[in-house]
Design a protein around this ligand. Structure first.
Ligand code: FAD
Ligand code: NAP
Length: 312
């Protein structure tokens, strides 16, 4: 029986593992379907982690996290977790691919989230080279330059406002002429002189060259097209939270989930199920930043220690 099973080895999972093992838990395994590090390992530049002044790529940035947590006894098992179940005796079963069952006294779920794709030509080819899903991360690279933002929800409009503070102009491309974002945010966007609304159109293609993105081709509902010449495009068309591991065989979720499919937690990262914690991008109101995921993981790791002490 494990003291603690951590599902997901991104910043939240690694930080949870570090705090739990350094805090005295002996038998802790962090399951990740791949190598630990999480989504930030796909980033070419990270420059907003406090205290790390030198710009690094995500892979180099995460490597010491893995070494540091393993030094205190955290074990990594490369395995896809299919499901987490709570048993009648209060223990948890972690079901791995191939139906292997691992029992644990407590579980921290840190499986993250993935931005949805627009689905246009060039999106994958230029991802990280002009196509971004994170304004806080990459907006600064477009200081005083023009960018496109795609989407009509709260995220797209809030990020368009954020980018308008940095960039010389923001083209907000949305497939309808009505926004689903909060009316107050829509008003702010409409009043912002640096934001041009490009409505009733979808991004048909992202073009570029060796330097990265050069053009965004918008196709309007009436069939016309427009070529917007920009070095950057930010897509905010919704997120898929990786909450599959919490889905039970009857289709219900093990713990309470928000209407956006995020795990509902309190300030101690406790879910609605005793002994089950969630941390990082998977939780409600996550700012989707490495520093925040790491903080969540530390809180959950300490919470797991307290929970196990309470069991004894
Ligand atoms: P993740 O990092 O998503 O880690 C989740 C882990 O869970 C993954 O390793 C995954 O393999 C594993 N997993 C998922 N499902 C399963 C399963 N069923 N079984 C086993 N393992 C599973 N943030 C910043 O602060 N600054 C930046 O500059 C920045 N740039 C970014 C650039 C890019 C391109 C991207 C994509 C994100 C960026 N972010 C940035 C956001 C940051 O990466 C995330 O907020 C952070 O990684 C979230 O950490 P997490 O541990 O919650 O989840
Ligand atoms: P969202 O509300 O699902 O909005 C996604 C937007 O992208 C929609 O406008 C949608 O268009 C558009 N879209 C989807 N697929 C597209 C495609 N392939 N091509 C072009 N456009 C596409 O996602 P979100 O903005 O990330 O917000 C997620 C949730 O978090 C929401 O509930 C939101 O309210 C919440 N949130 C709240 C705040 C806040 O309260 N301050 C901030 C951020 C997020 P349609 O409108 O036509 O469907």
């Amino acid at each position: 029986m494990l003291d603690l099973a951590i599902i997901g080895g991104g910043p939240a999972g690694l930080s949870a593992g570090l705090y739990a093992t350094r805090g005295g838990l002996k038998n802790v395994i962090m399951f990740d379907k791949g190598m630990p590090g999480g989504q930030i390992t796909s980033s070419s530049e990270l420059e907003n982690y406090p205290g790390v002044a030198q710009v690094q790529n995500g892979m180099d940035f995460m490597t010491p996290w893995i070494e540091q947590s393993q030094r205190f006894g955290l074990k990594h098992e490369m395995a896809l977790v299919e499901r987490v179940i709570k048993n009648d005796d209060k223990t948890f079963s972690v079901i791995l691919e191939g139906n292997k069952e691992v029992k644990a006294k407590t579980v921290i779920v840190c499986t993250g989230a993935v931005p949805k794709k627009v689905g246009c030509k060039g999106e994958d080819e230029f991802f990280g080279r002009g196509v971004s899903t994170c304004a806080t991360c990459d907006g600064f690279f477009y200081k005083n330059k023009e960018v496109v933002v795609v989407g009509g929800g709260d995220t797209a409009l809030e990020e368009a406002l954020y980018l308008a503070n940095i960039c010389s102009k923001v083209y907000l491309v949305h497939r309808r002429d009505a926004f689903r974002a909060a009316p107050v945010t829509v008003e702010k966007v409409k009043k912002n002189q640096k934001i041009e609304l490009v409505l009733n159109g979808v991004v048909d293609e992202i073009k570029g060259d060796k330097s990265g993105v050069t053009d965004v081709i918008v196709k309007f509902n009436d069939g016309k097209t427009r070529d917007i010449k920009v070095p950057g495009i930010f897509t905010f068309v919704g997120l898929n939270v990786n909450n599959d591991v919490l889905k039970q065989t009857d289709g219900s979720y093990l713990c309470d989930i928000s209407k956006n499919n995020e795990v509902i937690v309190d300030l101690k990262m406790k879910t609605s199920i005793e002994g089950l914690f969630a941390a990082g991008d998977i939780r409600i109101d996550a700012p989707r930043q490495v520093v925040c995921a790491a903080s969540d993981g530390a809180i959950a790791g300490l919470g797991a220690i307290s929970y196990i002490e309470m069991l004894h």
